[in-house]
Write a protein that binds this ligand. Structure first.
Ligand code: ADP
Ligand code: 5GP
Length: 246
């Protein structure tokens, strides 16, 4: 494709959608692939805006018709990216951003190894729990079972961070947005020779610091907090009940 394919993955509630929406306000020429899903709309979500909502039967028909570039079952629901998103971005000459889970990311990477992949981490489990809970409250539905499910799968998802080129720790939002923007601009600079003006040096430095192999210092405390052994990638401790939890 003419543009760059960016894949962004994160445990649910890490702030991926927030980062993507902030990025799109700052950087033009990035299309967002609206995924298909069988899950029900949440809060103020609208069909065709956050997701294309559909039934399981229809989704299965779409799989059979080879509509999807990738698809996966996440938290008991189907999610998939239509090939059409890619062809539309390609004809517009735009970059394309996929917000997909670790299984979908692996499928895309094997088909399109040139894709740029970014893994977003919350700073620690407690912050993740608070974000998930706040989001549910804001949407007017706190489903404890769903919340617990998403939390308990976070560590497993985080173990896949090694498959990603860039790492973002979404602690302070403004900083994480600036880092995401720097990654997009740096990749455009390196791949397309696109000028990034007077900020170029700083942008390239910020992006380089987010490369996975330069992220060990930022990664270590996060992996420890999630009970993941940074050397083996194995999870050591499951989520415990936190007496300080809100
Ligand atoms: P995801 O798309 O990864 O599931 P969301 O973008 O929906 O996560 O974010 C989950 C919740 O956390 C939302 O209520 C959002 O406003 C909040 N949030 C996201 N990033 C931050 C941040 N850096 N600091 C505080 N709250 C955040
Ligand atoms: P949510 O239900 O919170 O919107 O998303 C749950 C998970 O599904 C997130 O990890 C999100 O990245 C992932 N997801 C969203 N769309 C897709 C998609 O098209 N394909 C895949 N594989 N995962 C997706």
């Amino acid at each position: 494709m003419a543009g760059i394919l960016f894949i962004i993955s994160a445990p649910s509630g890490s702030g991926k959608s927030t980062l993507v929406s902030e990025l799109r306000k700052q950087v033009s020429g990035v299309d967002f692939a609206i995924s298909w899903t069988t899950r029900a709309p949440r809060g103020s979500e609208e069909n065709g805006r956050e997701y294309n909502f559909t039934t399981r039967e229809e989704f299965e028909r779409m799989i059979a018709a080879d509509v999807f570039l990738e698809h996966a079952e996440v938290f008991g629901q189907f999610y998939g990216t239509a090939r059409q998103s890619l062809s539309e971005a390609r004809s517009a000459g735009h970059d394309l951003l996929l917000d997909i889970d670790v299984q979908g990311a692996a499928q895309v990477r094997s088909k399109m190894p040139e894709a740029v992949s970014i893994f977003v981490l919350p700073p620690n489990p407690k912050v993740l729990r608070t974000r998930l809970r706040n989001r549910s409250r804001a949407e007017g539905v706190v489903n404890e079972a769903e919340l617990y499910r998403r939390l308990s799968e976070a560590s497993q998802e985080i173990e896949n961070y090694r498959q990603y080129g860039y790492i973002l720790v979404n602690d302070i939002l403004d900083r994480a947005v600036a880092q995401l923007e720097a990654i997009v601009l740096a990749e455009r600079f390196y791949r397309n020779g696109e000028a990034i003006a007077y900020r170029s040096r700083r942008v390239l430095e910020v992006a380089a610091a987010c490369l996975q192999h330069n992220s060990q210092d930022r990664l270590k405390p996060v992996l420890e907090a999630f009970g993941i052994d940074g050397t083996s990638g194995q999870q050591q401790l499951p989520f415990g009940d936190d007496p300080d939890d809100d």
